[in-house]
Design a protein around this ligand. Structure first.
Ligand code: F0G
Length: 361
């Protein structure tokens, strides 16, 4: 394709295909945030901003691989359940690959930007009177009955593409600090990224490129109202209990049944990581903190920074750690949340003196 060898496809050796259905995803910024670094109190803090992907979230890294596999298989209808971002990415990549796309969304619980994307990229959108987990149950059944090809993170080819987040973070830290990060903090919904990063690091260890003790501590963050993974980690449980009722303003991670938990829980444990829940208020504060550094993220993304701050305050994270926080989606995904967290516009008269009067108030 036109972008082979760039972005995600720079890592083709670690992927199941040589090239994908691509719009040049990956190669996202690893921002310095000096004020936030000092404020939170760690040796180094970098923000891996996945909102800078073509459709504004990390999902593009998975879709460039997953949709290409679907094309190889010759399927004609692609589908997903989604809290929004997966549907936007599936719609865009499915269209680019020339395939039909179907998305099941929880009615009233998907941010405006994401629905707009899925709609314009031509997905058929079904609004389900139920939460995300129910949507995923249904779309899994549709796939089992041969109606659709499933492109949620249960699809292993998606997670192959998402491994490249971990590879880019490691390379970025090595280039800047001459060493790997001690910890990677990430928001958790279905725990796809947690699983994908763990797989990427295991493969590097197997290849002899990373010592086992050098694997970054995978640290998951959930919203208090949707925290089944945190519950399992805190209880030392081997299985995650499905939460039937979930609520958070971070709608992207409003998920009660993290389907990749069997792959993600060992990742958190084996790397010496942990999991923590944060309130919606803590998420909004972190969203503002990032915005003050010029980085615009959607609420779910800010959960990583909120979680790091809390773990640092609790002494779980120490001051000598070098940390990467993953921010998973762009601010414009959820314009309503951004406007609510930001400052209100002030009405002024349409003349300079009137404007000056307000400015000097
Ligand atoms: N952050 C954002 C912005 C997301 O959209 C998602 C998942 C996550 C974090 C959680 O990632 O599942 O790998 O733990 N969004 C899915 C969707 C569920 O449908 O867009 P995970």
């Amino acid at each position: 394709d036109d972008f082979s060898g760039t972005g995600v496809w720079r890592y083709a050796d670690a992927l199941p295909l040589e090239e994908g259905v691509t719009t040049q995803e990956g190669d996202t910024p690893l921002y310095r945030v000096p004020r936030l670094e000092t404020d939170i109190g760690v040796e180094a803090l970098r923000i891996k901003h996945e909102g800078m992907n073509p459709t504004g979230s990390f999902k593009d890294r998975g879709m460039t691989v997953g949709v290409a596999v679907a094309r190889e298989l010759g399927v004609d209808r692609l589908a997903c359940a989604s809290t929004g971002n997966t549907s936007a990415a599936l719609a865009a990549y499915g269209s680019r690959g020339g395939m039909e796309t179907l998305v099941l969304l929880p009615a009233g619980k998907v941010a405006a930007g994401k629905i707009a994307q899925a709609s314009l990229h031509g997905a058929r959108i079904l609004e389900v009177d139920g939460n995300f987990d129910r949507c995923l149950d249904i779309v899994q059944e549709l796939a089992a009955r041969g109606e659709v090809y499933l492109l949620n993170s249960l699809n292993p080819f998606r997670l192959e593409g998402q491994k490249t987040i971990g590879l880019e973070i490691l390379e970025g830290f090595r280039d800047d600090y001459g060493t790997w990060p001690d910890r990677i903090v990430l928001p958790v919904g279905n725990a796809g990224n947690t699983s994908a990063l763990y797989k990427a690091f295991r493969e590097l260890v197997q290849a002899g490129e990373l010592a086992p003790e050098e694997v970054p501590k995978l640290t998951g963050v959930q919203a208090e109202g949707a925290a089944p993974m945190v519950e399992a980690v805190e209880n030392g449980a081997d299985e995650v209990r499905r939460w039937e009722s979930v609520e958070t303003k971070a709608t992207a991670i409003r998920i009660g049944n993290p389907v990749n938990a069997p792959k993600a829980l060992p990742g958190i444990r084996e790397t010496g990581g942990t999991a923590i829940a944060v309130s919606d208020e803590e998420i909004t504060t972190a969203q503002r903190d990032l915005a003050e550094e010029g980085i615009g993220v959607e609420p779910a993304s800010a959960a990583s920074v909120a979680g790091l701050r809390k773990l640092r305050e609790q002494g779980v994270v120490s001051s000598d750690e070098r940390v990467a926080c993953l921010t998973t989606g762009h601010l414009l995904k959820d314009p309503d949340a951004a406007a609510a967290a930001g400052r209100d516009p002030e009405p002024v008269p349409a003349d300079t003196d009137g404007v000056l009067e307000v400015l000097h108030e």
